[in-house]
Write a protein that binds this ligand. Structure first.
Ligand code: ZN
Ligand code: ZN
Length: 366
């Protein structure tokens, strides 16, 4: 381990990303160091830079989903099967840490993603808390962090291409309770929407309609498993007409909203059939209110609306397994179209913010 560790930091919202040197972590018993191979840049990092998330302790080392090589293991760290992690293992880890398993949300409501004590690497841990973000040559694996081995048949590049969008999409598809043959519309063709399309297809959905822009992302959506696409150049009323035409005039059984614009939720309610379901997972940051007619869009339609917040270890663990099993058929690796070193992390953020790339990958040790 070098004397200092370089990491790209966000000093504060809207301030340029800056590389800083940090003292190497001194892992406590049960901890380790991860030498970072890849970390990702996703829409959340753009929102962090815009200051759209509450409770973020800037300065921050972003990067919540990462892959790396374990080193400096102190004591023993076991995976969920009980097998020992060794130095040199290629692993990833759940960014959510310190879920307490002692509060109402954890124990009674059994919805640990709403645990008030949970902290998230690269989001709610600040740089002053230690090397707890992925845009860094090394990441401190705190004791209790949930580490997952990369399966031998899963290239790290493929996993990071799916990245956090894959876990979010898995949670959203779980919330959607898809049945074989059901029709699904996915609003938004960013990383979450693309993975939601792939997972809906794996779940046995019938018609899968991708709605978004630009055309290149809709083309990619068809490779992920979409059976039909509708561009945002089509006016909203006409989109509804097209979706109804594909579903016997009724609308889809399930809409997964992964677009981010508040109006997309209203659109989702127009696209779903009577008695269908809408899962909202695109409103991770607050983009304001939108107008909904409760009578015609919810009550009379008899629809079910489900929110979807974060992901837990079950989503993470299964996402790694699914990515490994289907990496030959589903082009997750191609989602991470550009790589950046730490010095160019700001450019990576810009490329994601301007939608020049679907996803950017940071390679800290390049
Ligand atoms: Zn809790
Ligand atoms: Zn993310």
């Amino acid at each position: 381990m070098r004397e200092t560790i370089a990491a790209a930091t966000m000093p504060a919202p809207h301030e340029p990303v800056r590389v800083r040197e940090f003292a190497p972590p001194d892992p406590q018993s049960g901890g380790a160091i991860l030498r970072t191979l890849y970390s990702e840049v996703c829409g959340t990092d753009v929102h962090l830079h815009e200051g759209r998330l509450a409770g973020v302790p800037y300065p921050l080392i972003p990067g919540h989903v990462s892959v790396g090589i374990l080193s400096d293991i102190r004591g023993t760290i076991l995976d969920i099967e009980g097998s020992l992690f060794r130095e040199g293992d290629v692993v990833t880890f759940l960014d959510v840490h310190e879920t307490c398993n002692a509060c109402y949300q954890c124990l009674v409501a059994k919805q640990s993603t709403r645990c008030p004590h949970r902290r998230v690497y690269g989001i709610t841990y600040g740089a002053e808390d230690g090397l707890l973000g992925g845009w860094s040559e090394a990441i401190w694996m705190k004791p209790g962090v949930k580490i997952v081995r990369m399966p031998a048949d899963l290239p790290p590049e493929t996993f990071i291409g799916g990245g956090c969008g894959l876990m979010t999409a898995l949670h959203a598809v779980d919330r959607g309770d898809i049945r074989l043959g059901q029709s699904v519309a996915v609003l938004g063709v960013g990383p979450v929407g693309q993975s939601a399309i792939a997972l809906a297809a794996l779940s046995g959905a019938g018609e899968i309609i991708a709605i978004g822009a630009p055309a290149s992302r809709l083309d990619f959506a068809t490779r992920m498993g979409a059976t039909a696409v509708v561009g945002l150049d089509v006016p909203p009323q006409e989109r509804t007409t097209q979706v109804r035409a594909l579903t016997g005039g009724r609308g889809v059984d399930l809409v997964i909203e992964a677009a981010g614009a508040p109006e997309a939720v209203s659109q989702a309610l127009d696209l779903v059939r009577d008695g269908g379901r809408v899962v909202v997972c695109g409103q991770y940051t607050d983009h304001g209110a939108t107008e909904i007619n409760p009578h015609s869009q919810i009550n009379r339609k008899h629809v079910e609306i489900r929110g979807c917040w974060g992901s837990d270890f079950s989503h993470f663990h299964r996402a790694v397994d699914i990515a490994a099993r289907h990496s030959n058929r589903i082009p997750w690796a191609e989602m991470a179209t550009r790589r950046f070193d730490l010095a160019h992390a700001g450019d990576a953020l810009e490329a994601v913010a301007t939608r020049a790339v679907l996803k950017a990958v940071i390679v800290p040790n390049s």
